[in-house]
Design a protein around this ligand. Structure first.
Ligand SMILES: CC(C)(COP(=O)(O)OP(=O)(O)OC[C@H]1O[C@@H](n2cnc3c(N)ncnc32)[C@H](O)[C@@H]1OP(=O)(O)O)[C@@H](O)C(=O)NCCC(=O)NCCS
Length: 200
């Protein structure tokens, strides 16, 4: 086997671990072995600038455990995402419980700074939204952002969310602009194909 076909084989094997893909990204689930990736993401000053600042190591360990637990309990988490082209860790994106009794989940995305400005948050967000209204059967998705985080606001607008109210976000102690995307809005705005793959 030559180097090219070996690299191609590695990429194909890597794709096998993704339960969800978009044009450029693969989603898999966090595991305890991913602590180095979690540290690189949630100890980063730029990534955490608007979400409470860099986490100490012990807090990252707790956050990673909570993500793993959320997958077991609810079938969702802020999944780690990887570039299909080379397997690089690009950040995380996904869902967490918001108001379970009403089947409302919260959307979030944290992209590593080297990959900002390439449309990856929008692409990952669209895949997570499709998963929410598809596999999860969500009635609506909630999202919020720091008042100064204009980039996050723009991503939410591009995903079709509408502003609803301001809500206290304990990690920053500030009222964060909050948004909703209902199932009807999601279906109505695009007659969207149900999975991100079908949209390509
Ligand atoms: C916010 C974040 C997810 C954006 O990721 P990204 O991959 O760069 O986002 P995208 O490239 O998909 O889209 C960014 C959009 O914001 C726009 N934008 C960038 N800077 C902006 C600013 N200062 N004001 C307004 N819009 C801005 C871009 O032009 C783009 O919109 P366009 O496609 O219409 O041109 C990323 O910066 C990040 O991870 N930040 C830290 C974590 C965080 O704050 N997450 C959000 C809260 S959960």
């Amino acid at each position: 086997m030559n180097a090219t076909s070996s690299a191609g084989g590695d990429r194909a094997a890597a794709r096998g671990q993704y339960f969800l893909t978009s044009a450029r990204l693969g989603f898999r689930c966090w595991s305890v072995e991913d602590l180095p990736l979690a540290l690189a993401l949630w100890c980063d000053r730029e990534v955490t600038r608007f979400i409470g600042g860099p986490l100490p190591r012990a807090a990252v360990e707790r956050r990673l455990s909570a993500e793993i637990e959320s997958m077991s309990a609810h079938g969702l988490q802020y999944w780690p995402i990887f570039l299909l082209a080379d397997g690089a860790h690009a950040g995380c994106a996904g869902l967490r419980p918001y108001r379970l009794t009403d089947r409302i989940y919260e959307l979030g995305f944290h992209i590593r700074p080297a990959y900002w400005g390439q449309g990856l948050a929008t692409e990952a967000g669209a895949a997570a939204v499709a998963f929410g209204f598809g596999a999860l059967g969500a009635a609506a998705l909630f999202a919020g952002h720091h008042p100064a985080n204009a980039t996050s606001r723009r991503v939410l607008e591009k995903l079709g969310f509408h502003f609803t109210h301001e809500e206290l976000y304990p990690p920053t102690g500030l009222k964060h602009p909050s948004y909703l995307l209902t199932r009807a809005e999601y279906l109505g705005r695009s007659a969207v194909p149900s999975s991100p793959r079908e949209r390509e």
